[in-house]
Design a protein around this ligand. Structure first.
Ligand code: HPA
Length: 290
């Protein structure tokens, strides 16, 4: 019997990749790097405008997202779309220049899939960064905020579905952002003279920015910053037992808190303005990791 035509074009990238897919992706990455591969001490994801850190990676193997099994191609301007394996401050790292967002139409599990891959490569620490709007009224564009906690207003959870082998079914989220790693970030900040704010990150689906009324609501709920990423990644990282640290780059005052309207180009530019501080901070953080 002939294979039906429709069978020939089945796309093999699963919509909700899990632990087994992560092992396949990690095997591919190890093969690409070859004999020099070292298990990363930290998996890092770079947010909008923060991709410059990728240039500080030494001995880098740069793999386009589209080559990694299970990864879709990145679609957002300002996200380079490479998984980079190399060293930062002499320590092996796996670094994502770009990420997958739910507003691109990806399932929460796919948005978080790179975290599974970095874990499968050997990373036990996950460091997330993002561009965010400042909800706390004293926050100014160009400030960096250590994320102390988050609110999931994406109303999706990457763990919904059959339990993945190795996952916790009901992960504890009473300390999603590791206390010791927050201290390490503050120590690193002092060492490189970068001032850090601390606050609660609120994840929304996007892709629209918020209305002023929504920002007032978020303020009342206790959010300090608002963005469109990170939360699914952190949930998966906790479910598989990784320790998490994260930093938001405040790229703008959230809607209604200034007279300006918001656009992606300004968000990108603000990220670039703070890039040097951000890069020194993360490099020093990685240097100090146990
Ligand atoms: N809202 C949501 N996401 C963002 C913002 C914002 O104001 N700035 C950068 N990312």
């Amino acid at each position: 019997m002939n294979t039906p035509r429709s069978m020939e074009s089945i796309v093999v990238t699963p919509a909700t990749p899990g632990a087994a897919d992560a092992r396949i992706a990690a095997d591919y990455v190890r093969q690409r790097v070859g004999a020099d591969f070292q298990a990363p001490v930290c998996g890092i994801v770079l947010g909008s405008g923060l991709g410059g850190l990728a240039d500080r990676v030494e001995g880098a193997t740069r793999i386009p997202f589209s080559h990694v099994p299970g990864f879709p191609a990145a679609t957002v301007a300002g996200h380079a779309g490479q998984l980079i394996i190399g060293t930062l401050a002499g320590r092996p790292v796996a670094l994502m220049a770009g990420r997958f967002h739910m507003y691109e139409g990806h399932d929460a599990a796919l948005a978080a899939f790179p975290v599974r891959v970095m874990h499968a490569l050997g990373a036990s620490v996950y460091f997330a960064s993002n561009a965010a709007g400042g909800v706390r009224r004293t926050f100014e564009p160009g400030q960096l905020m250590v994320i102390a906690d988050h609110m999931n207003l994406m109303f999706r959870n990457p763990l919904i579905g059959p339990l993945e082998p190795g996952d916790e079914r009901f992960p504890d989220m009473s300390e999603p952002y590791d206390r010791a790693l927050q201290t390490l970030l503050h120590d690193a900040g002092r060492a490189v003279s970068v001032t850090l704010q601390v606050g609660v990150y609120c994840g929304l689906l996007g892709p629209t920015y918020e209305t002023p009324a929504e920002v007032r609501m978020l303020e009342r709920l206790g959010a300090d910053a608002v963005g469109m990423s990170t939360v699914p990644e952190v949930i998966v990282a906790r479910a598989i037992g990784m320790r998490v640290a994260a930093v938001s780059c405040i790229t703008n005052k959230a809607a209604g808190l200034s007279l300006q309207s918001l656009n992606h180009e300004e968000v990108m530019q603000a990220g670039k303005d703070v890039a040097e501080d951000f890069e020194s901070l993360v490099t020093e953080f990685v240097r100090r990791l146990p």
